[in-house]
Design a binder for this molecule. Structure first.
Ligand code: 13P
Length: 233
């Protein structure tokens, strides 16, 4: 059984969510399917698949205009929240420390955080991939609280139509698994994300320690997303 999570980013509509959920209602799979949609569509979900958000505040409540708390998300039916996505780190200056605070807030509200780590092209080119990944896990994942999911997203491959080699994915995931075990979080699911599509999903999910995928562009339309969900049973 794998975890197939879609990240709609700032795309979609209420109608698109209804259409996706109707399409997913008819497929047979033992995989866990999660859709992380913009905040404003969460309440439109019919809960036929698990719904998640894409960010959460580090604060519990108060004078933080524009922020959304973990309890608010839980209150409208979200079960998951992505934290530390590459685009949040890049455009909103989120550090490992902030990501960990967000993950902790999610856990305290009963949400499962999907904590993203991954290297930039610059870090990759300077041979720092493993260091960045290890530090990302050690500094972004809370050492206690409920269950979490970790996603390895090589930042240079997101939306680029290219993926690392199977060997590189295997090395990254095995390092993440090892780091999580050292933190007492052995068995935490580890997703791969960046340029996953119907044609590569099965192969990627056959790599050791790849417990599922986090899908961007190919999660927006049923015709693209369903082949990924059904790539493995
Ligand atoms: P793409 O699948 O569009 O490369 O995006 C990956 C991603 O960022 C998922 O969170």
């Amino acid at each position: 059984m794998k975890i197939i999570a879609g990240n709609w980013k700032m795309n979609g509509s209420r109608a698109a969510l209804v259409e996706m959920q109707d399409a997913l209602a008819n497929i047979e799979t033992e995989n866990t399917v999660i859709l992380c949609v913009p905040f404003v569509f969460i309440a439109a979900s019919n809960n036929s698949v698990a719904i998640g958000a894409q960010d959460v505040s580090v604060h519990d409540h108060g004078a933080f205009t524009g922020e959304i708390s973990a309890n608010m998300l839980a209150g409208i039916g979200a079960k998951y929240v992505i934290v530390g996505h590459s685009e949040r780190r890049m455009y909103h200056g989120e550090t490992n420390e902030i990501v960990k605070q967000k993950a902790s807030m999610a856990l305290s509200a009963g949400l499962t955080p999907i904590i993203c780590v991954g290297e930039t092209m610059e870090e990759r080119n300077s041979g720092k991939t493993m260091e960045i990944i290890e530090l990302g896990v050690r500094e972004s994942v809370p050492s206690n609280g409920g269950d979490v999911i970790v996603a390895y997203e090589p930042r240079w491959a997101i939306g680029a139509g290219i993926t690392p080699s199977d060997e590189d994915i295997a090395a990254a995931h095995s390092l993440i698994a090892e780091s999580l075990t050292k933190m007492g979080r052995g068995g935490t699911p580890i997703l791969y994300g960046a340029s996953v599509k119907g044609s590569n999903a099965k192969q990627i999910m056959s790599i050791p320690h790849v417990d599922g995928v986090l899908v961007g562009g190919a999660s927006l339309k049923p015709d693209d997303f369903i082949p990924i969900i059904t790539a493995t049973k």
